[in-house]
Design a protein around this ligand. Structure first.
Ligand code: F3S
Length: 424
């Protein structure tokens, strides 16, 4: 990799040993992927590691070293959601003890460390940091040092920013040095599509299943999606943004998609059109039958496959404001149909602190509370993906949560009936 004089100075330790180690890590990471140079990060950071799991000792040690060296990120950063919220996601005394004393025993310490190196504020814990209410929203062409896969795919695809699918700690290192190695999705060539996805369904596909189908087929390749604008239109309004958020998160977790283009809709597809498609790109046709095949392929991981669900999580990635409103109305109708006033299955809807604050001003907030639903700002995966909660029959409409935990996935229309106590 070709480094500037200033970068070489940092690498040679002229700005301290810790900064040199961070620089060396970034350079070696870049060289592994064939990067020729480092490029400037132009927007706020977002970190993927939000949890103080006791076992992550090297992370806490590294953070300590960064703090002792007096280093901070160049811009403030937001971070993924916390793993626990005893107020809204209640658990038994024993579970609480294990969570706080064993699993997430370093949560407090880690959050203190985050504050010292540049955490934006107390409300910064969400994976939908890019939503306007949260305000960590990159603009077209911004270069980022993020790692959260659902946020990376959104920023690349819907906002036209540039970020690779980095790992935890690499996101911090890039944010501290203020530079990232240039390769992959940071380059024009790396943003071209080697797959054309042709949507030939009879109606708008379930976002979570469409994303899953795409991810499972293309893995880390860039897909160019045709035929979705027929259902979504050509404008990025609130509903479309929510749809693309969920579709992208499913593609990033069921596969490893870091960028997709939607014809006539996402910014690069609008600008560069078919020039974004590589010669010899493969074609994948998605029709109703293909979506159903993918849906039916999900295994049920519960010990007792017929168990009655004990908990439902909606909001992975965190819900947008318009999603909270529409879930409230959908659930209210389902309860009327089921002849009930409150949900039958304990249900937690997760969203960012900022979106929750806005939602609290809406009439729908009281309506949702009356139905017995709780709102939390946690990451359902962090809560679920452990031996304590992992053994419980949890249901979700998130394909990411299904993939990384034993939670069982249901489509939106099915899950709303289940939690309302009607027949799915
Ligand atoms: Fe967000 Fe956690 Fe899901 S970080 S995307 S709520 S796994």
């Amino acid at each position: 990799m070709k480094l500037t004089a200033e970068e070489k100075k940092i690498l040679n330790g002229e700005e301290g040993e810790t900064k040199a180690k961070i620089m060396r890590t970034l350079v070696e990471f870049g060289e592994l992927f064939g990067a020729k140079r480092l490029v400037k990060v132009t927007h706020d950071g977002h970190l993927v590691t939000s949890f103080g799991i006791g076992l992550l000792k090297p992370v806490f040690r590294t953070m300590d070293e960064i703090i002792k060296a007096g280093l901070k990120t160049e811009y403030p950063f937001t971070v993924d959601p916390r793993p626990i919220d005893y107020k809204n996601v209640k658990c038994g005394l024993l579970d609480k003890l294990i969570f706080s004393k064993i699993m997430y025993s370093k949560q407090k310490l880690y959050e203190e460390q985050l504050k010292k190196i540049g955490l934006r504020d107390e409300k910064s814990f969400t994976c939908t940091n890019y939503l306007p209410e949260v305000g960590n929203t990159p603009k077209y062409g911004d270069v980022l040092s993020w790692a959260e896969s659902s946020a990376v795919v959104f920023a690349n695809s819907v906002l036209g920013a540039r970020c690779n699918r980095n790992s935890g700690m690499i996101d911090i290192f890039g944010a501290i040095i203020g530079k990232v190695p240039e390769f992959g999705l940071l380059t024009d060539e790396g943003r071209k599509a080697s797959f054309v996805i042709e949507i030939k369904t009879s109606k708008l596909p379930e976002a979570q299943i469409l994303g899953s189908a795409i991810g499972l087929k293309v893995m880390e390749a860039v897909p160019y999606i045709k035929g979705l604008d027929k259902f979504l239109g050509k404008k990025l309004n609130d509903d479309v943004i929510a749809y693309l958020k969920d579709m992208g998160a499913a593609s990033a977790s069921n596969g490893a998609v870091g960028l997709y283009h939607v014809e006539n809709l996402t910014p690069e597809a609008k600008k560069l059109k078919k020039d974004l498609i590589l010669e010899n790109a493969q074609t994948y046709v998605i029709d109703d039958a293909e979506l159903e095949r993918v849906y039916k392929s999900y295994p049920v991981m519960w010990k007792n496959k017929e168990a009655k669900p004990s908990l439902c999580f909606i909001g992975c990635p965190h819900l947008t404001y318009s999603q909270l409103i529409s879930w409230t109305n959908k659930l209210s109708n389902a309860l009327v149909e089921a002849g009930r006033k409150k949900v039958k299955i304990r249900t937690i809807m997760t969203t960012s602190p900022n979106v929750e604050e806005k939602f609290k001003q809406a009439d729908e907030y009281k309506k949702l509370m009356k139905m017995g639903v709780k709102i939390s700002n946690i990451c359902p995966l962090m809560y679920t993906n452990n031996p304590i909660a992992g053994g419980k029959p949890i249901i979700t409409n998130s394909n990411k949560l299904r993939t990384y935990s034993k939670s069982r996935y249901f489509k939106d229309d099915e899950i709303v009936k289940i939690i309302a106590g009607g027949n799915a």
